[in-house]
Ligand binder design. Structure first.
Ligand code: FES
Length: 679
């Protein structure tokens, strides 16, 4: 398209891409030339309605554009016909049938829903630019003619090349016997699903539907060792249609990852049993999301999975035994492409599966998905990404260098190993504040609106109960105990405070803090504090190793991924020293970033290439083999840390005065000699 300075200027929102185009250019062509993705199933016939756009009117001073309704061609017969049959909202136009006649600001709606029965679930508002690996293409195929002996399939291929430019198409062999029936059922009009993931590979017809097929779905799924979270996504609009989760049924074979590897090693059918269990659970989840949104599971054409290396292997049917010990060899570390039917998934028989690459034997495709979502490799500044589970996966870096490791935090952060720990459910304490003078606590409990010192709490607690402390509150209670002086920086509960408060009680040779007195007494014991110290020291030591590798002493931002990150208060995580000092405004919880990364890879094949290349560049650090891990670990047992200063945190929180160490460690924490005092 040759454009001159006099040609109309067109700005596409929300991408902000702009360019000049001669009058009479269809909006869809201008969008495509600028690389703005506009969906189209019917190939510009004006029947799918997928290419809708909003013409913005007014003077847009910032962009120097005056956009008016008469800067586009009048309603075309195709649009009038579409508007009569379907709903075309005021201001909306079909970009395939609307031409540019003057300067324009065009908004491409990001979540255009065509099928009324689909209920859109609230998403997190982020926009994923679409460039899906699977595309629906409607074609009208010439009817057979005795004088032209070209086969039905071949004429359909010709139509796909003519209307859509698909060259060198392949077809799934299993579709061949069905083509004649589908063509006749659709009266020579069919919609083909074309899968074209990697540049250079041959595009492939994976499904054929009679007539116009105006919706197709994908699945983005995070297979966690404890829970599986699955999202049903429209491949055409990018909207999340429904989400569902379940606990991983493999738990019955072993609570944690290593016990599942042991189960495989000890039982001849162990691997098969666990593979079957996870695939069954996935089929059930797919059934749930489809039932909820009235979607036929056979309309699912593309699926993206992420998971830690052991979940990755078990789902794919690979024996994970090698991951149970050094050198933690992955059977396959790169991205996996296969057919859904090869994994026993009950969706469209031609549907394809993509699994993100694993970063290392300890850092899986889930960490790759979190990396893709948060994008440390896209930053100028140093971004730390932490996904806390029974193993913490840590990625640190910027555009020039990214490093990753996993750290064995154990289950303490999830409330296990804690005497009064429980999962986050009604009755669990989720927030804690301790008065530094009286040492009296105030708590908030899941299922009760009020804090414990507010009117109405006692009545509500009668019904809901106060039954335990969930993971996020364990961080808070230990941090608050430290801030109020109940525990020292070394994590020792100060027994002398029993003179001041009856909440400090003696337990043999150690002491404990009574957090809650009610039908059930909830006590934080010295062993609980120790369990949290061990977990947080493991996490911090892993982070420090990565900071050493990067040659940095502070990070610019921190993203906490996963459920744990969603509920903990970053301030308390820093007070305890789980994470290094950082401006608290730059510490955020990013929720299910692994699931979101999977969704990005589902909706845009460009993200698949991006993470494949990034993973190849990420340097993997094996914490167990690093000599400095132990030293960092020992220092990190203290709160927040024996040697590292937390100046940014100190601007917001008054940390207890550091006591001078026996060997004369100064108050800024810099040791005069290595090792510190013995604990
Ligand atoms: Fe189908 Fe415009 S591309 S209506």
């Amino acid at each position: 398209m040759n454009a001159s300075d006099k040609d109309p200027l067109v700005l596409f929102m929300p991408s902000g891409k702009r360019g000049r185009f001669p009058k009479g250019t269809p909006i869809i062509d201008a969008a495509r030339e600028l690389g703005v993705y506009v969906e189209s199933v019917c190939g510009g016939r004006g029947i799918c309605g997928r290419c809708q756009c909003d013409i913005q009117t007014g003077h847009f001073a910032k962009h120097g554009i005056t956009s008016t309704a008469d800067h586009v061609s009048e309603f075309s017969p195709k649009e009038i016909r579409y508007a009569e049959k379907r709903d075309l909202k005021p201001g909306r136009r079909l970009s395939c049938s609307t031409n540019i006649e003057g300067d324009l600001v065009v908004d491409i709606p990001q979540d255009l829903q065509i099928n009324a029965q689909v209920v859109r679930k609230a998403d997190d508002g982020r926009i994923i630019e679409r460039n899906p690996a699977t595309q629906l293409c409607y074609v009208e195929v010439e009817e057979p003619d005795m004088h032209k002996p070209l086969g039905d399939y071949d004429r359909m291929r010709e139509a796909l090349e003519r209307d859509w430019g698909w060259e060198n198409l392949e077809v799934d062999f299993a579709l061949l016997p069905t083509i004649q029936k589908v063509l006749r059922a659709g009266e020579w009009k069919v919609t083909c699903a074309i899968q074209h993931d990697e540049e250079g590979s041959r595009p492939r017809i994976i499904a054929i539907f009679p007539g116009l097929k105006n919706e197709a779905y994908g699945v983005a799924c995070d297979i966690g060792s404890t829970t599986i979270a699955l999202h049903l996504v429209s491949l055409l609009s990018g909207s999340t249609i429904a989400s569902s989760g379940t606990s991983n049924p493999q738990i019955r074979f072993g609570e944690d990852l290593m016990s599942r590897v042991s189960y495989v090693m000890m039982n001849p059918d162990g691997r098969e049993g666990m593979t079957r269990a996870v695939r069954e659970a996935l089929n059930n989840l797919i059934g749930n999301v489809c039932a909820e949104s009235h979607v036929d599971r056979h309309d699912i054409l593309d699926l993206v999975f992420v998971g830690n290396p052991i979940m990755h292997h078990l789902f794919l049917g690979i024996d994970p035994t090698e991951l149970g010990g050094a050198p933690f060899a992955l059977a396959a570390s790169g991205a996996i492409h296969c057919k859904a039917s090869e994994l026993d998934l009950e969706v469209n028989s031609g549907a394809r599966v993509y699994m993100l690459p694993c970063i290392a034997g300890h850092v899986g495709a889930d960490a790759a998905a979190v990396t893709l979502c948060e994008g440390p490799h896209r930053q100028d500044s140093q971004m730390l990404v932490v996904d806390v589970g029974t193993n913490a996966e840590i990625v640190l870096g910027n555009a020039s260098r990214t490093v990753a490791a996993s750290s064995p935090t154990g289950p303490a952060f999830e409330g296990a190993e804690i005497s009064c720990g429980q999962r986050a459910a009604p009755g669990a304490i989720e927030r804690v504040r301790i008065d530094p003078v009286t040492l009296e606590p105030r708590v908030r409990v899941i299922g009760i609106e009020q804090w414990s010192d507010e009117p109405g709490f006692a009545e509500a607690a009668e019904t809901v109960g106060v039954t335990g402390v969930c993971g996020s509150a364990i961080i808070e209670v230990v941090a608050e105990m430290f801030l109020s002086g109940i525990i020292s920086e070394d994590g020792v509960i100060d027994g002398s405070l029993a003179e001041r408060s009856d909440r400090i009680i003696s337990e043999g040779r150690t002491h404990a803090y009574v957090l809650w007195r009610g039908k059930q007494e909830l006590v934080i014991k010295q062993t609980d504090v120790r369990a949290i110290q061990l977990a947080k020291a493991a996490l911090y030591a892993g982070i420090k190793l990565l900071m050493d590798k990067q040659g940095i002493t502070h990070v610019d931002s921190i993203s906490f991924a996963g459920a744990f990150g969603t509920f903990i208060d970053p301030k308390y995580a820093m007070v305890l020293g789980l994470i290094p000092d950082c401006d608290l405004d730059h510490v955020k919880a990013v929720g299910n970033a692994a699931g979101y990364g999977a969704k990005m890879a589902l909706l845009n094949r460009g993200y698949r290439r991006e993470i494949e290349q990034t993973v190849r560049r990420i340097e993997k650090i094996e914490t167990a083999l690093e000599p400095k891990f132990q030293e960092h670990f020992v220092y990190a047992m203290a709160m927040p840390n024996k040697v590292d200063a937390f100046p940014k945190l100190s601007e917001r929180v008054t940390l207890p005065q550091r006591k001078l160490m026996a060997d004369g460690m100064p108050e800024d924490g810099t040791p005069r000699r290595r090792g510190g005092r013995r604990r």
